[in-house]
Design a protein around this ligand. Structure first.
Ligand SMILES: [Zn+2]
Length: 97
């Protein structure tokens, strides 16, 4: 498998052709909302897409967005075609927009 570097922390990770800007598992664990609260994304069981909950609310409070922040960089969660949820960095530093 091809190995690349996480776009946020630069740790080596496996390349995901479905999601080239995917962040590593370690960064996924640091994902927060815009106010710094930790969020965790899951697959929806029936429909496609993903759902998120606040970690500090014991899975009882839904986070109604797919956007999250890791190291103050905007990321987005989406359902991986192989199952599970991937989080990708939305804006790379060396690109516009
Ligand atoms: Zn990382």
């Amino acid at each position: 498998m091809k190995t690349i570097h996480c776009p946020i922390c630069q740790n080596p990770k496996f390349y995901n052709s479905n999601c080239p800007n995917e962040i590593c598992k370690k960064c996924v664990g640091r994902a927060t909302d815009g106010h710094g609260r930790y969020v965790r994304f899951h697959n929806r069981t029936i429909s496609t897409g993903c759902i998120a909950f606040y970690l500090d609310a014991d899975g009882k409070e839904e986070y109604c967005s797919t956007l999250c922040y890791v190291s103050k960089q905007k990321c987005r969660a989406k359902a991986d075609k192989f199952g599970g949820v991937v989080i990708e960095l939305l804006h790379l530093k060396d690109k516009n927009g």
